[in-house]
Design a protein around this ligand. Structure first.
Ligand SMILES: [Mn+2]
Length: 245
């Protein structure tokens, strides 16, 4: 008999795991072994990795993370993943090797009786038009297939260039442009028929209260893992922001 799972659902995003920040990887592995272990569900809302150039990239970081996730899944926790803008090339092989479930860019889940929309969040940043244009291009099946057909060393160089360029562009964009657009939030929540949204991406943790068609609604924004773990813990009667295991 497997041990009973805690009726707890965890949400994390924006860990930006990379070989350059081993402490964050360590924290994540610890999180998987402690808090996440025994929780019934773990949702990873994108940007688990700072860069992902394909499931065939044989780095120690990739294998450590895959092993950690597989151990958790095998012990009974259901793990769900949505692509972020940094790790949208995570594919079928990663899914097969870990046992996680890949969700669409928008997914409605039943969170202890309330329909809840979850997303990475970048699609809501509609004021950043150059970003949305580039996003549409790189998310096409043709672009992904071409990219993944290139040798690993080329993909590695491209990822480095992409990170550099994204840092450069960010410096020239205003704070507002890089946040979600309020109309996009309301329209999206209306489209999916929800009054609760959980997302990451902006690295601006908060709970926002708003109205969707006259109904009280909330938008939960997850925090990044720059120097500590950050998770949102949900159970039937409690919502908690966790920043230590
Ligand atoms: Mn992101």
């Amino acid at each position: 008999m497997p041990t009973a799972l805690r009726p707890e659902t965890l949400f994390i995003s924006d860990l930006h795991l990379s070989q350059d920040r081993p402490a964050t990887t360590q924290r994540f592995r610890q999180f998987l072994k402690t808090r996440a272990s025994g929780a019934e569900r773990l949702y990873i809302l994108g940007d688990l990795f700072d860069a992902w150039i394909g499931d065939d990239d044989p780095t120690p970081l990739a294998s450590q993370v895959k092993t950690g996730l597989k151990v958790l899944v095998d012990a009974g926790t259901a793990v769900y993943f949505q692509h972020g803008n940094r790790d949208f090339l995570i594919g079928e092989r990663f899914v097969r090797e870990t046992g996680i479930s890949l969700l669409d860019d928008y997914a409605v889940i039943d969170l202890y009786g309330t329909a809840t929309l979850i997303a990475h969040g970048d699609l809501l940043c509609t004021d950043d038009i150059p970003y949305q244009t580039a996003r549409a291009r790189v998310r096409s099946e043709a672009w992904k297939r071409d990219a993944l057909a290139r040798p690993l060393f080329i993909r590695r160089l491209y990822a480095r260039w992409y990170r550099f360029r994204s840092q450069f562009h960010k410096r020239n964009k205003s704070f507002e442009i890089m946040d979600v657009n309020q109309n996009a939030v309301v329209e999206t929540m209306r489209k999916y028929g929800v009054t609760r949204l959980i997302h990451g991406h902006t690295h601006r943790p908060a709970v926002h209260h708003l109205l969707v068609d006259g109904k009280a609604a909330q938008r939960f924004v997850l925090a990044e893992w720059a120097d500590k773990m950050n998770a949102l813990s949900w159970s039937r009667h409690t919502i908690r922001w966790l920043d230590s295991i």
